[in-house]
Design a binder for this molecule. Sequence first.
Ligand code: SF4
Length: 289
Amino acid sequence: MTLRRPLEQLYREFDYAGRVGLDAIRFPLRYAEPRDRELVGLLTACLAYGRVDLFGRQLEGVLVAMEPSPTAFVAGFDPRRDAPALAGFRYRFNRPPDLVAFCVAAREVLARWGTLEKCFVAGDPAAGGPIGPALERFARAFLEADLREVFPRGRLSRGYRHLFPLPSAGGPCKRLHLFLRWMVRREPPDFGLWTSVSPARLLIPVDTHVENMSRAIGLTRRRSRTWRMAEEITAALARVDPADPVKFDFALCHKRMSGECRDRRDASICTPCGLKDVCRHWRRARHER
Ligand code: SF4
């Protein structure tokens, strides 16, 4: 049994409208203006570790402070004047100075490049190659911004560094890949704003749900969530759709997150599942047929 038919069916028939409101993408989706959408997309993706409802509650307060235009807020950001508006922020590793640093770095990046897309493209001279080096330069634009206004001794906080994982460290960089998926993929639920980057170059944002689903249907056998795992899963998906391998991410992630898959054999849940014929949890049952 090949993966093509069941995966394409999952992609085609998935209830996107019913799940988008529960996904982190709902935050950038609120903004019609493309520059607001990419800025809020990046901020949302940077904070997208842990449950959406938990970081979302904190992010809501930040977005209120940035009203009516997050881009204008950042472009005119003055830490002395504007940092108090972010003072209530608390989320796991992150504290208000991390958000102040984000705004200062974004102010610098946007003043230099105009848009986040142009910043990314400037670090992507070999457009068409692997996405890793370009993503590394993009993350470094934020890590190497002049942040002395926020960190006078020149040492970045742990929380700020956590916002921008580097591909060269070997981790999956799920949040950066998620941001790219939102910006680059041309079909809903993604935005297709970054037309200068091909969807064929994206890597899948691997979180615990995608990891579980990928192992269940044989996209990877790796045990640890790394950049290599993201590459391996994406390569398997590219055999189904080389032009847009990451298109399956939303449906795979939400199928597991919603409880529609329990990552184990469960007749009541699995019977209607279109992936059953390729699922390792049903392998023995198939061989016994
Ligand atoms: S058959 Fe069951 S365990 Fe396998 S992917 Fe479908 S819902 Fe998940």
